[in-house]
Design a binder for this molecule. Structure first.
Ligand SMILES: NC(=O)C1=CN([C@@H]2O[C@H](COP(=O)(O)OP(=O)(O)OC[C@H]3O[C@@H](n4cnc5c(N)ncnc54)[C@H](O)[C@@H]3O)[C@@H](O)[C@H]2O)[C@H](O)CC1
Ligand code: K
Length: 490
């Protein structure tokens, strides 16, 4: 799994990589440029003029290389020079500046009349930005933000710090896409920055995973290649018991759909036997909509028969405190707590210390803040999530665009799958079903959380490609089986 590095570690990583494999820093820049071009061509943005804002550092160097490659592919390219003097260019940028073909138009920012439409590429400032934008840079960012057309940031939107938050008042060049190199810079993963980052694209520039291990960082980025090794293998003689007996506790009058969604998701993930514990009066709803699931209408006294328990979807909070306390005291294996189970915990924080070790809590931002108090921003949220995980030795899955998993040992993992089309009622209940199913199959809680968020996000992406903003939670469930095919076979 790649680590998310901070501060000067980024340039150190580049240097070590170049030294180890005998590559020059210019060749590394060229790899980054070619990765960008590969992605760009796949997008089929055709028939428009391209304007590339270039700064004096290596981010600008990337932009100049991109200009050369695009011109060679017959695009009409203009580079907007956002530096004072050629002499100020970094060494690698100078090479790309000198290699600009005749066909690329060059114009200095001062002489640049704003065109009305085009494709805009921001290679003004990258991770070399220090502190707040200088006044001299403000008009450049302002002009960028007034342009009309597709906007693509190279590595990071100009003006955004690698670990910073774009507050309302800070000046940042907003992008529709950010094509980042090697690993996502931390700030690209913050929900507060979503509107300036746009869609996040990661370009691999060939830095070995093993090199990342030499850097201290508790932050990681989960990708597809990290998943198959975490899957449990089953064999010809595996029976439904091997795939886990799970219990889902939830639902209340008018909110039975939540348990239905969790149960279906668990079954589509591969759970062997699913039992739903619900109010007796609502039994018919489950039996009619998920015939594969069993139903228990009274409180169970003996929970030992179950491999995993998921509690909370649609449960309601009235009179649940004693039930949750009983559950936490009677089941010693890690369990999944979501939705109203989390709300009951927030109202009765003394129950937190009863949580079985490595239990998985899956709050959305609102549920999380009810648990820990309000947070100033995502950095603050990350800190509080980590504290809670360590204090109670639990796994926190903070749901959002890049769902964050906090582990009891302090590691924090960002997920890479998902789409805004998943912002729909019931998507969280689906995740509960998936994670509980993985736990029941004998996955370690850490792997159940990692595989759970990855498959859930991927199923959402597939559903979103078919249903767009009409995506509903049931569409996500339908796509779960396909995610296994993709992860294992491609
Ligand atoms: N491994 C990789 O990810 C690779 C990244 N590459 C690209 O290189 C940049 C980082 O390049 P660097 O030269 O270190 O810095 P920048 O170009 O981002 O910025 C330097 C530029 O910024 C000016 N500046 C600094 N602070 C401010 C400020 N507060 N206000 C205004 N201007 C400021 C400074 O004067 C310089 O002119 C990385 O992002 C990638 O795009 C490589 O291509 C290879 C691999
Ligand atoms: K940039």
């Amino acid at each position: 799994m790649i680590r998310i590095l901070k501060g000067d570690a980024v340039s150190k990583l580049d240097q070590m990589h170049c030294k180890r494999i005998g590559q020059s820093s210019y060749e590394l820049m060229e790899t980054a440029v070619q990765g960008f071009i590969h992605w760009f061509e796949e997008q089929k943005f055709t028939g428009q003029e391209i304007f590339i804002y270039v700064g004096g550092g290596n981010n600008g160097g990337d932009g100049l290389g991109i200009a050369r490659h695009l011109q060679q592919r017959n695009y009409q390219v203009t580079v907007v020079l956002c530096f004072n003097d050629e002499a100020d260019l970094s060494a690698d940028s100078k090479i790309n500046f000198d290699r600009l073909p005749e066909g690329v138009s060059k114009i200095s920012f001062e002489d640049f009349d704003f065109p009305s439409k085009g494709i805009f590429i921001d290679a003004f400032l990258g991770v070399g930005l220090k502190g707040k934008l200088r006044d001299s840079a403000l008009p450049i960012v302002d002009s960028w933000n007034k342009q009309q057309g597709v906007k693509i940031a190279v590595d990071i939107p100009s003006g955004l710090l690698s670990e910073g938050i774009a507050e309302e008042k800070t000046s940042v060049a907003c992008a529709d896409y950010t094509v980042t190199f090697a690993f996502p810079k931390l700030s690209l993963l913050f929900p507060e920055n979503a509107k300036v980052v746009g869609e996040l694209v990661l370009v691999d520039i060939g830095i070995a995973d093993s090199l990342y291990q030499e850097f201290e960082s508790d932050l990681f980025y989960i990708q597809k290649k990290d998943i198959p090794e975490r899957h449990r293998r089953f064999h010809r003689f595996s029976h439904k018991g091997d795939f886990g007996r799970i219990l889902l506790i939830g639902g209340s009058l008018g909110k039975m759909g939540a348990v239905v969604l969790s149960a279906k998701s668990a079954l589509r993930t591969g759970a062997g036997l699913v039992t739903c514990q619900i109010e007796e009066s609502e039994r018919f709803i489950i039996q009619a909509s998920v015939p594969e699931a069993m139903v228990i209408g009274e409180d169970l006294k003996d929970l030992d028969a179950f491999d995993a328990i998921g509690v909370g979807p649609g449960w309601g909070v009235d009179n649940r405190e004693k039930k949750l306390e009983f559950l936490l005291k009677s089941f010693s294996k890690p369990m999944v707590l979501d939705a109203d189970a989390l709300n009951v915990l927030s109202q009765n924080p003394e129950l937190l210390s009863l949580l079985p070790k490595n239990s998985i809590l899956t709050p959305h931002l609102g549920e999380f803040e009810r648990l820990v108090g309000s947070c100033v921003n995502h950095l603050d949220r990350m800190g509080k999530a980590s504290e809670l995980s360590k204090k109670y030795q639990i796994i926190l899955v903070l749901k959002g665009a890049n769902t964050l998993i906090s582990l009891p040992d302090g590691r924090q993992l960002f997920n890479s799958t998902g789409t805004h089309f998943m912002a729909t009622g019931g998507a969280g209940d689906v995740l509960t079903g998936i994670i509980t199913a993985f736990l029941g199959m004998g996955y370690s809680p850490e792997n159940a959380a990692i595989c759970g968020v990855f498959h859930h996000g991927l199923a959402g992406e597939y559903a979103g490609k078919i249903r767009f903003q009409g995506t509903i939670a049931s569409d996500i469930i339908e796509q779960i089986p396909r995610t296994f095919e993709f992860v294992e076979n491609s």
